[in-house]
Design a binder for this molecule. Structure first.
Ligand SMILES: C[S@@+](CC[C@H](N)C(=O)[O-])C[C@H]1O[C@@H](n2cnc3c(N)ncnc32)[C@H](O)[C@@H]1O
Length: 270
């Protein structure tokens, strides 16, 4: 497996045990939305696709099924621990900030990757350059600037603790280079890069304690536990936060998921 630059500020680790529930929860929440956004004419049989930061690999597998035996999917990640190759699905360890794979793609998809990278604007331009004529770029991110509204809580302290821990987790991600508002910039960046048919949809939903969605906040807190302790939380507070997220009387809104896509004009913008 070729390896390019792997120095990264990315805050999570796919090889960690807690990454399994994290990636599964993301997939359960987001795959139905993503696969709707990738429906034809975006993803078609025989296409050549690049799935960036493929994580647990479910979108790459969905793409591989959709393109069929005459198509091909390249799934890349800095951490390929959870990715399994198949007949028309290649897996490669690759940092998206390095040179792109050196071929043109009919579809490039990146979900919850660029927001973590300080070089996101430059990277987006390299992705546009890696598109074949009429190829699609689909970039999907959480808009973490929108407040995470608590809909019902067993008591006032519960809502307060939720706000404090989730704010601290976002602060940690920012410390690793994340731009919490980047999701809302992608549309303009795609237009400025010359893409056509650019459109954006946003999705958010309620998550009751105990649901797969709510578990995402809990698993993130486990993965970021050392930095949360450093930030001044006690182990007991973090345990109380997780207990809250398994209580069905506690209901919060999800992050806002923003999906933006655009097509490279057939004349390559000439
Ligand atoms: C939040 S996870 C999302 C995984 C998957 N895209 C999904 O939505 O289910 C972010 C993924 O991006 C990968 N990643 C982070 N920095 C990267 C980089 N510089 N180049 C390629 N992948 C990267 C991580 O290893 C991780 O698998």
């Amino acid at each position: 497996m070729p390896t390019d630059t792997v120095d990264t500020e990315y805050a999570f680790e796919n090889a960690a045990a807690d990454a399994v529930p994290q990636l599964r929860a993301l997939e359960a929440f987001l795959d139905p939305i993503t696969m709707r956004r990738l429906a034809p004419p975006v993803l078609v049989p025989s296409a050549t696709c690049w799935e960036i930061g493929a994580g647990g690999g479910s979108v790459a597998r969905g793409m591989a099924w959709a393109v069929g035996p005459d198509g091909r999917v390249l799934a890349t990640d800095i951490d390929t621990a959870r990715l399994v190759p198949a007949a028309n699905l290649g897996v490669r360890r690759h940092d998206v900030r390095a040179e792109p794979p050196g071929e043109d793609f009919d579809l490039i998809h990146a979900r919850l990757v660029l927001l973590h990278l300080p070089e996101r604007r430059r990277v987006l331009r390299t992705l546009v350059d890696a598109l074949a004529p009429d190829g699609w770029l689909v970039v999907e991110e959480f808009d973490c600037t929108a407040p995470l509204r608590v809909l019902t809580a067993p008591n006032d302290d519960a809502g307060k603790l939720f706000g404090q821990v989730t704010d601290a987790m976002l602060g940690i991600l920012q410390g690793h280079g994340a731009d919490l508002g980047w999701a809302q910039d992608v549309h303009a960046e795609m237009m400025a890069a010359g893409l056509a048919d650019v459109d954006t949809v946003t999705h958010a939903e309620s998550w009751a304690g105990g649901s797969t969605g709510a578990s995402l906040y809990a698993t993130n807190s486990r993965q970021l536990q050392p930095e949360l302790l450093e930030a001044g939380f006690s182990a007991g507070q973090l345990e109380a936060f997780r207990t809250l997220l398994s209580n069905p009387d506690f209901v919060v809104m999800s992050y806002q998921f923003v999906s933006t896509r655009g097509r490279r004009p057939g004349d390559r913008g000439a």
